[in-house]
Ligand binder design. Sequence first.
Ligand SMILES: [Cu+2]
Length: 504
Amino acid sequence: MMTDQADPATPRTLPGQEGSPVSRAGTAIVGLILVVGLSLAVLLVRPGPVAGAGETPGGPADIAASAVAVDATGRTTAVTVRVDGMSFVPSAIEVPVGDILRVTLVNTGDQRHDLAFANGASTGMVAPGAQATVDVGVIRGHTEGWCTVPGHRQMGMVLDVAVVGGPATTDSSGASGSGDMSAGHSMSGTSGHAMAGSPPVDDASAPTMAELMAFADQVPAYPAEVPPLGPATDHQYEFRVTEQVEDVTSGLTRAVWTYNGTSPGPVLHGRVGDTFRITLVNDGTMGHSVDFHAGDVSPDMPMRTIEPGQSLQYDFTARRSGIWMYHCSTMPMSSHIANGLLGAVIIEPNDLEPVDRSYVLIQSEEYLGADGQPADADKVAAMLPDVVAFNGRAFQYDAHPLAATVGERMRLWVLDAGPNVPLSFHVVGMQFDTVWSEGGYRVHHGRSTDGLTTGATGAQVLSLLPAEGGFVEFLAREPGRYAFVNHQMSLAERGAHGVLDVTG
Ligand SMILES: [Cu+2]
């Protein structure tokens, strides 16, 4: 394992060379979660002469070795950095040019972090409360370090390293040589603000509709049927967080983080007054958590982030009806949701009328990073998903339509799990005679609930912002293939589209 208390004299283990047993999924992820860019990943997993690893002082690959010759001083600058939320403190340091930089990361945060530098030197993952030291090598120019946990660099976990006291350069501009010597920027793009200046993360080009549809044909669909409620009023579940790799198309994979192996996680179902007890187990490689909107509890303990290998118990009583989102609430939440940690709890309103068929559709977004990697945090921040899906896979109900028979009354429960884009839920060729959204009926059996609108009426859309939910009902009058879509059409074309196949 990565040492929590690294002895500078001990050759350090690189992330790709860990000897501890890890799950197959973990193996796939371990190298990936520790890096931000593919180019850096190559540095980290390659067993070759990566900078700094176990070499004698003065030997590590120099940072920012530029055309300007700077002699190593033989001195070491030692710095201690701690964590405050999503920042390193200090977030900027100065190092005399030519010194070896040695950084001790004391993780005073509430989840695991690391500190990796452009030359590949890294503390490895450091658990909350632990610390680790890294020899970065001889500093000859400006550089930076950052946390490689997905999304953390974009949240601001960057350590800016400036040099001071350098010799005058022969640069014709007359630059003093104590500032940027430019070579240190080769990995990181800019200092400080990775969000604006980072190079793209080996940007996977977004899959086409045809590629997504072709792949949806090859795999079974997430079951959308909502089974009738049983007599149970006390519901107990174990939620195990996993970090896996899944196919997006036949040629493209992504890391997906799940509750119990699927995204969305299990659909929980009950009545007002039911009690739920969830045991959350973190089988992943970083901190995770869960937040159930279906309960109203103090978030402090049940929603806390737990480290890999830990578990917690989360009890709530469902006091109000609705289709409620649940999700990982570990920072940055946008990335943890975008990577798949989301799901729904359906709490039926009292006296909910029986229908012939009941389905659930949960919209979510995918922001593809490099092949096999978690979501590209820059795309998440820009709110530009590559793929939008119902129940975790684009176009899966085009390939495997939801079934209905003429004359049946249908109910579709719908949740927008986000993290970022709205859902304008529409069924082509249908009008909703009943719409229930966020706690109440808007239209009920073709009558307005406002007390003013007389005569028959209905609705064409159930509109939901992220984390909102509801249901629609309608009668299937004629046979046909009825498309259901996010009527923000560009999002439908990225996968938020399916088919209800009504047979005669
Ligand atoms: Cu998480």
